[in-house]
Design a protein around this ligand. Structure first.
Ligand SMILES: [Fe+2]
Length: 265
């Protein structure tokens, strides 16, 4: 592979701290205008090519999801260490921050993961009578970074919806249709392409049903500290192919899983 193409710009320290504080406190943050529209449109064109060329590769799931895009497309490899994404991920997950997984959803109208949920399971359940976790004590185990590749101008286009603060609940969503946490109902991640948003995977969330006539393109990177197992779906004994590592700098190697000596792995 050639050298890294886009690196972006890190957030100024004060802005970075405000983003970190918001994710810890409310479980999510929405950042407008991180990518140029032209760059997003190029990514979307690459997605269509990947779906066409990789149909029989095992990386296309159910016909509308794709995984391990970094193996087959340099843009999707280099975006892993794009700023300000990686700087925020490292600030929240620590200096051993790694990519845990990636996924691309190209869901046509009517197709979505629309049930309210936390990913995996509730990592830190609270006993009866304990109202909430203190966000200062709650680690970010998985940070989901969403990069919509199509505009999501209203609810009918199928935005991610999430309940602010619910990562502190220590429980599953408290209602199947309209969960609320401490007086807050769901917010919708209404977005223009170029925006990104991030959330703890412990926030109650879902993809609202796509009721528009437009296919929704949605790319997601999941980061976590090195003590979280990477999950490059779907192969047991998965190993990153050598060509992905060609030309990768130290930061990308580390985020893909190279240990830092003396810091643990
Ligand atoms: Fe989820």
């Amino acid at each position: 592979m050639d050298a890294v193409v886009h690196r972006g710009s890190p957030l100024a320290p004060g802005h970075l701290q405000s983003v970190v504080d918001k994710v810890r406190r409310e479980g999510y943050v929405h950042l407008p205008g991180v990518f140029d529209v032209a760059e997003v449109d190029e990514l979307r064109e690459h997605v269509d090519r990947i779906f066409d060329e990789q149909a029989d590769s095992g990386r296309i799931l159910e016909g509308w999801a794709a995984v391990r895009l970094f193996e087959v497309d340099q843009l999707f490899r280099d975006i892993i260490v794009r700023e300000p994404i990686i700087g925020i991920a490292e600030a929240l997950c620590g200096r051993t921050c790694r990519l845990i997984a990636d996924s691309l959803l190209r869901n046509p109208p009517g197709v979505a993961v629309s049930n309210w949920h936390v990913d995996d399971t509730v990592y830190f359940p609270l006993p009866e009578g304990a109202p909430r976790h203190d966000p200062r004590l709650l680690p970010v185990v998985h940070l989901n970074v969403a990069i919509p590749l199509t505009d999501i101008p209203s609810v009918e286009y199928g935005p991610t919806q999430l309940v602010p603060g619910s990562h502190r609940s220590g429980s599953d969503p408290n209602d199947a249709d309209q969960p609320t946490f401490e007086g807050h109902g769901a917010v919708s991640m209404i977005s223009k392409r170029g925006d990104i948003y991030m959330h703890s995977n412990q926030v109650w969330h879902r993809g609202a049903p796509n009721e528009s006539d437009r296919t929704r393109y949605f790319f997601q990177l999941i980061y976590g500290p090195a003590w979280v197992a990477q999950r490059f779906y779907t192969d047991i004994n998965y190993a990153i192919p050598d060509h992905v590592l060609d030309g990768a700098d130290e930061q990308l190697l580390r985020v893909l899983g190279k240990p830092i000596l003396g810091v643990g792995s």
